[in-house]
Design a protein around this ligand. Structure first.
Ligand SMILES: *Cc1c(COP(=O)(O)O)cnc(C)c1O
Length: 339
């Protein structure tokens, strides 16, 4: 049996989730007539205390729709240099929204309110208009790092004072929520728009939801259509999302515990020189110089274990719904053998 730790997107729907999908009531969503999509959008919005939601095909789509929604061509977007919207969305900020980007260097993806203040452009014909600030929580390339909520409140205040929109890439927001005393509504209160992924740790096969005011979502629906994202009887997919929200949030804590355990195991091996302390479900670690990342990845693959090898000897492992204690035991054995 393969152990796949490349990402928390690799999970497959369980029988119960498939049954929920099979029995979903559907309609043509471009006509607004898919009851299951409508239910998912309302449910997700209510969870965050926001007015409305929009079901999209991916987290890239929700983010890109949001960026387009808040900006005009030539405006500037502020985000971290390792932000998914910048690093992993194919240059979408330029391609879809024709915006300029101001990158900040945060701590594991987390910049501060004062960094935003310093990055805002003065009103001068030479400069683009700063229009949007986007943060990511938890932060993917930051190793699943959790943003300090007080800092987010401070950034929200800077945005409010400077009339900037504030977007949350919450692909893994529930990983942050289960680890802190903050609720979904706390986040809903301080952001203009939030993107939530159903296909990461929550275990749905497809889909993300963009949340915002009714006015934002009305506009977002048109942008989604322009981006080719208007879907028809996608209620079958939304049903998986509803099931995921009902059943798979609390259990994310298990993934976090396994990630912590895994990091402890890794630290004991002499060929692991540095482990980025996992705050949630993502572990990055660096191999000793005499160990090539590609060779390490290959050796694990020969034992039916999949991980991602990045540059600079860095390996990524992500825990998820389809990784249990028994698999952890087998992984530990293989890691010993590789040494
Ligand atoms: C995965 C991810 C997304 C969206 O990815 P899709 O594959 O397009 O669904 C967005 N932001 C972050 C931080 C992610 O990790």
């Amino acid at each position: 049996m393969t152990i796949d730790l490349r990402s928390d997107t690799v999970t497959k729907p369980t029988k119960a989730m498939l049954e929920a999908m099979f029995s979903a009531e559907v309609g043509d969503d471009v006509f607004g007539e898919d009851p299951t999509i409508n239910k998912l959008e309302e449910k997700c919005a209510a969870l965050f205390g926001m007015e409305a939601g929009l079901f999209c095909s991916s987290g890239t789509q929700t983010n890109q729709v949001a960026i387009k929604l808040h900006t005009q061509p030539g405006d500037e977007v502020i985000c971290d240099a390792n932000a998914h919207i910048y690093y992993y969305e194919g240059g979408g900020i330029a391609f879809n929204a024709a915006c300029s980007i101001k990158l900040l260097n945060g701590d594991r993806g987390r910049f501060k309110a004062e960094d935003v203040v310093n990055a805002i452009r003065a009103d001068n014909v030479h400069f683009p208009h700063t229009r949007l600030v986007a943060v990511e929580n938890t932060h993917n390339r930051g190793g699943g790092s959790i943003y300090d909520f007080n800092e987010l409140e401070k950034i929200a205040e800077v945005c409010r004072k400077n009339m900037l929109a504030f977007h949350l890439d919450g692909a893994r927001i529930f990983n942050a929520i289960v680890e802190t005393d903050k609720s979904a509504k706390d986040f809903g209160r301080i952001f203009d728009t939030i993107s939530v992924c159903l296909s990461k740790g929550l275990g749905a096969p497809v889909g993300s939801v963009l949340l915002g005011t009714k006015e934002h979502i009305y506009k977002a629906r048109r942008i989604r259509k322009i981006f080719g994202g208007g879907m028809r009887q996608a209620g079958y997919l939304a049903a998986a999302g509803i099931y995921a929200l009902d059943n798979n949030i609390i259990r994310l804590k298990e993934d976090h515990l396994r990630a912590k355990k895994l990091s402890t195991i890794l630290k004991a091996f002499p060929y692991v020189v540095e482990v980025m302390e996992p705050e949630t479900n993502i572990i990055y670690f660096r191999l000793a110089d005499n160990f090539s990342g590609v060779d390490f990845q290959q050796k694990l693959l020969e034992n039916n274990i999949k991980v991602i090898s990045l540059d600079n000897q860095v390996i990524r492992m992500v825990t998820h719904l389809d990784f249990d204690d028994q698999m952890m035991g087998r992984l530990e054995g293989v890691l010993k053998k590789v040494a």
